[in-house]
Structure formats: C-alpha cells, structure tokens
Design a protein around this ligand. Sequence first.
Ligand code: TTP
Length: 404
Amino acid sequence: MQTVILAAGRGTRMRPLTDRRPKPMLPVGDKPLVAHTADAAIDAGASSLTLVVGYEADDVRSYFGTERRGIPVEFAVQEAQRGTADAVRAAAAHLDPEGPFVVLNGDALYDVPSLTELYDGGPAVGSFRVDNPSSYGVLETDGNDFVTGVIEKPENPPSDLINAGSYVFPAEAQAWLNVAESDRGELELTDVLSRTCDEYDVRGIAFDRWLDVGRPWELLEANEWKLGEMESRIEGDVSESAELNGPVVVEDGATVRSGVVIDGPVLVRRGASIGPNAYVRGHTLVGEGAKVGHAVEVKNSVLMEGATVGHLSYVGDSLLGRDVNFGAGTKVANLRHDGEPVRQMLKGELISSGRRKYGVVLGDGVKTGINSSLNAGVRLPTEGTVKPGESVLYDRVDDAPDTS
Ligand code: TTP
C-alpha cells in the first residue's frame, strides 16, 4: 500500500543533537531512525514510500535516493512545519487518488507483526497501551475493536490506548486534508482521523511494541531496542587478546586492540577504534570513525561519527554528538545520590527522564578539558567547551544561541 512517512519535524526537544541534522536522521544501530520506519513499512506491505521532508531535507534525500529495497521512494517538501495534516497534504500529489494510504510518523520504531496487522486491517489506527495516557492523544473506542475518536491530553482518559501516529486511511480521506487550525495553531491529522471515524469503521490496532523517539533518552531506548536485536558479526580487525561477550558486531574497517573487553550488545561501526585496554558494555553504539582509547569505560551510550574519548574517562548512558572530544580524565555522572530518576531541561522545563541511570547529551563538536566532570542530565551546546578541571552541574543548551 502507498505509504507516507512524516519526516519534516524540527526535533526541538532533541536539541542540541538536531542542530545540524533532522531528528529522523539520528543514528539507531547501523542506520538512521527513519530508515527503521521505512524498513518496517516495507516489511509490513508498503508498495511505495513518500517521505515528507523539510528541516535539513537534503540529509534525508541523499540517504535514501530513489528507491529502497526495490520500493520507489519519492520526496515531498513541507515548506513550514504547520502540522501533520499539512505534511500529508504536501505528499498528496504523489499519491494515487483512487487508493487507500498509510501515514507513519518517521520518528518512531514499530514492530513488524503489529505494523503488518495495521496494513492489513484498514481503515485503522495504531495505538499503544501506556500507564499515563493523560499526556498523549488518547483513543476513544466502542469497547471492542473500533475507534470512535481521539482526544488530546484528556484529564480523564477514555482508554489507556494512545495514538501511535500510524494510520491506514481510505482513498476518500485525501480530500479531507484541508482541516481547520487547532487550538494549538496546527493542522492536525487527528482531525482527518476523526472524520474517518465518523464515516467508516476504523479498527484500533494495539501494537505489541512501539517507541516514539522525541526526547534524547528515547534515542538511547531506540538504540537499546535495535542493538538488542543484533547477532554477532566480526568483520573488522580484533586483537587476539580482546574479549568479546554477547552480541558484538565489529564492522569491516573497525579495530579492537589488545586488552579490550566488550560486553554486548555493542556495535562498532566501520573506521571506529577501541582500546587498548578499554571496557565497552551494554547497548553501546560506537559510530563510524569514533575512538574509545586506553583505560576508558563506555556503558549504554551512543558515540556518533568521529566522537573521541581518548583516555582515562567514563561515559555512561549518554549521547555524544559528532566529533565530540573528551579531554583525558573526563567523567560523566549517570546516577543521582537520592536514586531518583535523572531530570533534563527540555525547552526550558526540567523533565524527568524516568531513568535512574542517565548521563549527558552533548552537541556536535563539544570539547571537554582534562579532568572535567559532567553532571547527570546535563546538555552541552553544539561546539561548546568545558575548561580543564571544570565541573558542569547544570544544563547549558537553553542558554546557548541556536547554532542551526
Ligand atoms: P512531533 O514529534 O510532534 O514534532 P517534531 O518531530 O518536530 O519534534 P519536536 O516537538 O521536538 O520539535 O512530530 C510528529 C511527527 O510528525 C514527526 O514524525 C514529525 C512529523 N511532522 C511533520 O512532518 N510536519 C509537521 O508539521 C509536524 C508538526 C510534524
């Protein structure tokens, strides 16, 4: 079925990681986030893909080209981020007007069996069961399999099923995309869903697994999911004295030197190097050309391309942007003394990550001085610097100029 993937979001909550790339292009395992969406769509039955792009669109275009796994890929540009209905409207010229169509948020991970059920069950909307539905769009149901509407952030949620941003619309809905502006000033696809519910029986498909990747710690969770599905593969150069346990992938052109211990799932991408004498563990992605040097421990973290943690450092539960450079002895805190979930500033508000263990989020090109320490939950802006011996206790992104 023809499929529209929404990938024009600005990803402001993901700053500073989205200062220079769109959120859908953030790395999850061995490919960008939106490539997981596209591949799940193809596995579930997509016959064509139209990607709606906007912010940093060229990154997405050049990654995909004109086809993926034999399926044609086209791009539609959404000039301004005016809402999800507006985004689908931008794609309408690429759709067969006679055919039903699927819409998927391009910043979510889907499990293929659930998504296949959605593709096969249209008109339909995907949902996911959560404990705290009040903070999301919540589906109203008829008590059985059908959805009767959706309510944004209700005080008294009518169900525990939240809208998973995935829909199968009938062809007719292509004429319903000119919705009125909502109270929050956006053109919302949920208004098109409401109309579809009025005119059709819309099935609610509860997904077994699903992850919306909107906030930085959700990028860690996305990597935990996808790295957890890897099987071991050693193509790079691994020293005989290195010890590799659990699922570990060392890509061609990567190097693992003597005395290194890796407890997977860990993915070491091409051109990356680890060691000598380093310890890398638990759902860690060492990106292309990244370096983990002598006496460094990295746990449950994402090191993007070219990030370097050269010597005597600890990195836990953290996201390091492209070409970050750690001075010797830089340490990351990833646990509060009171054991409460680590909080992080997002768009001027301190938000709980829900994670007991959570480290730092560093924009591209951040440089830390020797023996510096970074407190749990801290974000540092793109190209930010930390002085030798400095202790960074508070977030520095919201105060920093927007470098994008
Ligand atoms: P959101 O996660 O609501 O927005 P965002 O990705 O820009 O993130 P943030 O709120 O942190 O700035 O978007 C949901 C999906 O819809 C996501 O896949 C991006 C996409 N989208 C568009 O393509 N165009 C739009 O105008 C909007 C609002 C969203």
